[in-house]
Ligand binder design. Structure first.
Ligand SMILES: [Fe+2]
Length: 340
């Protein structure tokens, strides 16, 4: 994150887990976002889609669920669905309706001053809604997964509560700062590059790995490979450490409606229970990915829908929207980050 955030924001991030942007969305935009998601079906939860063929996630949930996925995939899918239904009324991925508008507002209000890196990919957006009957998300880190195929330890979430999150309402996000415990992630991208570049069938004319060309059996071979399994074992033991030895060290944020906060969803985090009976907890999130000097193309679609097609340029203060995924091979090498 040192190469991504300007030094004083890096120190804030490193020690507290958060970066305060000092930027608010106007009430009218907050209302527009709420109105839009209000019209979408109650009970729509996109999280379980990430569990199909995503064996490493099942592995993390413990050996029993992992085995269940292999033996009784339908039953395991039902279990995952009911697990996530208990957490959210709605968990809606990449509608992409407000992504550009929100980023343009941020850039018009000095968002670029926070960053050292020239580019960030605005990959997809997310809306989460829950009420007092739902259980809050416990301590976890958002593990990299093959549906995205391009995640590192430095992913940033633009986090915008659509209602106040405070002592009285609850619902605050808590984060274990990187100064306390670091979760490695760039190594996954490096291992993927190493592994898949060996097979010419996975490469385009520029020698970039095309994630869509990787067949399930080839992906499976990578998942079973020793280095990847070692990383998974490391994640598992770090999660155990975070839950059992660092639970008291998580930092809270006080969040007002429309206030824009940044944090890294690869660091350990949890959400506080929601206390307000009369209103639901609603949060809008945009996932930002730094771009690395690695020969891996971005995926073009997530669960059948275009994503990875917005590029923020902090030098010009613009967001570029493409009708395909951002072509990372066209970005100058000096404007990409070293993976190591
Ligand atoms: Fe999370």
């Amino acid at each position: 994150m040192l190469n991504i955030l300007k030094d004083h924001h890096f120190i804030e991030y490193y020690t507290t887990g958060f970066v305060e942007t000092g930027i608010f969305l106007p009430d009218s935009l907050v209302e527009e976002i709420k109105q839009y998601y209000q019209t979408l079906a109650v009970g729509r939860n996109d999280f379980p889609k990430f569990f199909v063929n995503n064996e490493h996630l099942a592995f993390l949930e413990g050996q029993i669920l992992g085995t269940l996925f292999k033996l009784f995939p339908k039953l395991a899918k039902k279990m995952v669905k009911s697990l996530y239904d208990k957490t959210y009324t709605k968990a809606i991925y990449h509608e992409q309706v407000f992504l550009e508008k929100v980023c343009k507002h941020l850039l018009a209000n000095g968002f670029q001053k926070i960053f050292k890196t020239r580019y960030l990919l605005a990959s997809y957006d997310m809306y989460l809604r829950s009420n007092t009957t739902h259980t809050a998300a416990g301590i976890h880190s958002d593990m990299p997964n093959f549906h995205h195929f391009y995640e590192t330890e430095n992913d940033l979430s633009i986090y915008i509560p659509l209602i106040d999150l405070n002592e009285e309402n609850g619902g605050r996000i808590t984060v274990l700062p990187e100064s306390q415990l670091k979760v490695p992630g760039n190594i996954v991208l490096a291992l993927m590059e190493q592994h898949f570049s060996k097979d010419a069938n996975h490469l385009d004319e520029n020698g970039y790995i095309v994630p869509e060309s990787i067949r399930p059996d080839a992906l499976n071979a990578f998942i079973k490979s020793k280095p990847f399994q070692e990383i998974m074992a490391c994640y598992k033991s770090l999660t155990h450490l975070a839950k059992h030895h660092y639970a008291g060290n998580f930092e809270k944020s006080q969040e007002e409606q429309g206030k824009v906060l940044l944090w890294n969803n690869k660091n350990f985090h949890a959400a506080e229970g929601w206390k307000r009976e009369d209103q639901d907890r609603e949060v809008y999130v945009i996932r930002l990915f730094p771009l690395y000097d690695t020969k891996i193309k971005l995926k073009e679609s997530l669960h059948g829908k275009l994503f990875n097609n917005h590029l923020i340029d902090f030098e010009t203060g613009e967001i570029h929207k493409f009708d395909h995924q951002v072509d990372v091979s066209q970005l100058p090498k000096q404007d990409k980050l070293a993976l190591a």
